[in-house]
Design a protein around this ligand. Structure first.
Ligand code: URA
Length: 226
């Protein structure tokens, strides 16, 4: 089956992980993408922001959240006082998955499959193990499911303080029916906060309302870090 596991280095910090990830062939997505888009940010980050997968711009530039969704995300983080420098940005899946547009050179984003998400999870677990953030921000359903498991629903769990799973149990928590934790507990033990993906804000009919919703959830995260 698909698995990034065999490509992980036995030791080393983020630089060793990044170097090894560049050669990952744990699933077929490496064949069509320009390259691996590994996470970016300091290993001292208090917050890890997890997206779905790199987009067209990220694939071209080799860095996460450098396109339109990234710009919107940075603006929203700034609005709630989360400094970009204190955050590490990464994705649940580290290669761009796309299909060519019917005409022209445009590349259309395709959602990663469950197999691709699971295959790539060892990289995410390794990043989190090195960084040990106080809070993980999950952007969108893919990130939420990659971190917590298939029971995660944006509509039900967004903005809640969810317990941080042990790194070796990533993606295998049952969060159905949870009300979230009190802020003191979240700050003491680490937590996951889910919200909508910034791309969903860009696509929303009522973009303003969607953006306000994103900021409301980010404020929950900012309060834990305060
Ligand atoms: N969307 C994501 O989920 N990740 C990126 O890096 C860019 C856009």
């Amino acid at each position: 089956g698909y698995d990034a596991g065999p490509f992980l280095p036995r030791r080393g910090g983020l630089p060793a992980l990044r170097k090894a990830a560049a050669g990952c062939e744990g699933c077929p997505l490496f064949r069509n993408a320009s390259g691996t888009v590994f996470g970016a940010g300091p290993s001292s980050a208090r917050i890890v922001v997890v997206g779905e997968q790199p987009g067209d711009q990220e694939d071209r530039q080799g860095a996460p959240f450098v396109g339109p969704a990234g710009r919107l995300l940075r603006e929203a983080l700034e609005e709630v006082g989360i400094e970009e420098e204190s955050a590490y940005f990464t994705n649940a899946v580290k290669h761009f998955k796309f299909e060519p547009a019917a005409r022209g050179k445009r590349r259309i984003h395709k959602a990663p499959s469950l197999r691709e998400m699971s295959a790539c999870r060892p990289w995410l677990a390794a990043e989190l193990r090195v960084i040990e953030p106080e809070l993980v921000l999950a952007l969108g359903a893919t990130a939420g499911k990659a971190l917590l498991g298939g029971s995660f629903r944006i509509s039900e769990q967004r903005g809640l303080l969810l317990p941080m799973p042990p790194w070796d149990a990533l993606g295998r928590t049952d969060v159905s029916g949870t009300d979230g934790m009190p802020a003191e507990e979240a700050a003491a033990h680490g937590c996951v906060v889910g919200t909508i993906h910034p791309s969903a804000v860009l696509r929303a009919d009522d973009r303003r309302a969607a953006y306000r919703g994103l900021v409301t959830d980010l404020r929950v995260a900012a309060d834990v870090l305060a």
